[in-house]
Design a protein around this ligand. Structure first.
Ligand code: FDA
Length: 398
């Protein structure tokens, strides 16, 4: 005997729970299925355990997608203010960290408990941990074969997320289902991820591991050039920190990054303009602008004598130094991959989906939501806002 529902949601993460709660509270009979033994592990580890649950300024400009307009409708119909209202109704204390990023005061567990309570208010049935063996059409309905029996539903919502952090249960399930139903998938790649450099090239910079500083970081050609001002972090294997995570979503293999380590100082003008008046040696002079350990490492890596005085150096050398500080150009060899990526870029092609309902245009009743879809947010609460907004879009339509 199969178990009958109106809506089956596969994936009880951010988008799946949001969708299930909304559909359930509309009076739909909803089941939510997840293979994990712990609920919403990605929410739990997000934002350093405090979940950066939205960004108050979230808009289509903060997302990457093959079709940048696709996310507009869902984000407009369920905004960060709407999510904040929900958080406030559940009396969850929160604070704004910076740049519109909202975090829980206590713990990400508050958001998980809130979503669970919303599902319970909608009478959602839980099947977890339950493995899905396969999905098929049963006439007008969908049949889901699980290790807990057969489930049938009129609507099927795929909310199994992307490929990031397989260790906590990420799978390619959404992309396999897309393929099965002939739904195109935009090639995926790790995003919001630290970037790495080949061992020989990076050796000179390894002593800088642990240093962090605000920078301007850029990549891409003229029309697609992207720039962020955020903190950069040197690591043993390469570069990380918010600046690099942000730019990693735009970085393509073989492309260069240009980093301005001193965005507030025109180094060429300062060094050449005041050349005669600079009494300190290079290391001491530059340490007025940058951490001493960074200065030491950069001078050594680029073969400058730290004891030299600007006044004694040829203008050509001072310009080379200024270029390293204001326009440091480096080519990463790769990234830390899905093991460390916060999100997956690419995914179910938005051209196959309705932007109002997240339903596959050619397969009535089949919806894709959340990170599985080719909509990827910047760092800073945008990815959860997409999970909530796309979850609601499907939840009101199923
Ligand atoms: P999500 O990954 O949340 O849920 C997918 C669910 O599907 C999981 O419960 C999984 O177990 C289940 N599943 C997968 N395969 C399955 C299968 N085959 N069968 C059954 N179930 C299956 N974003 C943000 O806005 N602010 C933040 O602070 C952070 N911080 C952050 C930190 C870290 C370390 C990571 C890795 C990511 C973030 N993110 C973030 C990104 C954010 O977590 C992510 O974008 C959302 O969780 C995506 O929500 P989804 O519901 O689409 O997938």
């Amino acid at each position: 005997m199969s178990q009958q529902f109106d809506v089956a949601v596969i994936g009880a993460g951010a988008a799946g729970m949001m969708c299930a709660g909304v559909a359930g509270q509309r009076g739909r009979r909803v089941v939510i299925i997840d293979h994990a033994s712990r609920l919403a592990e990605k929410i739990r580890i997000s934002g350093g355990g405090r979940c950066n649950f939205t960004n108050i300024d979230a808009g289509p400009q903060n997302f990457l997608s093959g079709n940048p307009h696709f996310c507009r409708s869902a984000l407009a119909r369920y905004t960060s203010r709407d999510f904040l209202d929900l958080v406030n109704r559940h009396r969850i204390p929160w604070h704004e960290k910076h740049k519109g990023q909202l975090f829980c005061d206590r713990s990400a567990e508050d958001i998980i408990a809130m979503l669970k309570a919303e599902c319970d208010a909608g009478g959602v049935a839980w099947r977890m941990p339950v493995k899905v063996a396969g999905v098929s059409r049963a006439g007008e309905r969908f049949r889901i074969d699980t290790d807990g029996g057969v489930i049938e539903a009129a609507s099927l919502v795929i909310a199994t997320g992307g490929l990031s952090i397989p260790k906590i249960g990420a799978t390619d399930f959404a992309f396999r289902i897309a393929k099965q139903f002939d739904v195109p998938v935009v090639a995926t790649r790790p995003a919001l991820v630290p970037l790495t450099f080949d061992d020989a090239g990076w050796q000179a910079y390894t002593p800088l591991a642990g240093i962090a500083l605000p920078v301007d970081i850029e990549t891409g050609e003229k029309r697609s050039r992207m720039r962020f001002r955020e903190d950069l972090l040197f690591t043993h294997r390469g570069l990380s920190g918010p600046a690099v995570l942000q730019i990693s979503s735009y970085w393509m293999d073989g492309a260069a990054l240009t980093i301005n380590l001193l965005p507030e100082v025109d180094v060429a003008a300062e060094l050449l303009g005041n050349k005669g008046a600079i009494r300190k040696n290079l290391a001491n002079h530059l340490s007025g602008w940058l951490p001493a350990r960074l200065v030491e490492g950069l001078l050594a890596a680029n073969r400058f004598d730290p004891a030299a005085r600007a006044a004694d150096m040829p203008d050509r050398e001072l310009r080379r130094l200024a270029d390293i500080l204001n326009r440091w150009t480096i080519v990463p060899s790769g990234s830390e991959g899905y093991r460390k990526a916060e999100v997956t870029r690419g995914g179910v092609d938005t051209r196959a989906l309705s932007q109002q309902t997240m339903m596959v245009n050619a397969v009535p009743g089949l919806h894709f939501i959340g990170e599985a879809v080719d909509v990827t947010g910047w760092l800073g609460g945008y990815n959860f806002q997409w999970a909530w907004a796309s979850g609601v879009a499907a939840g009101v339509a199923t």
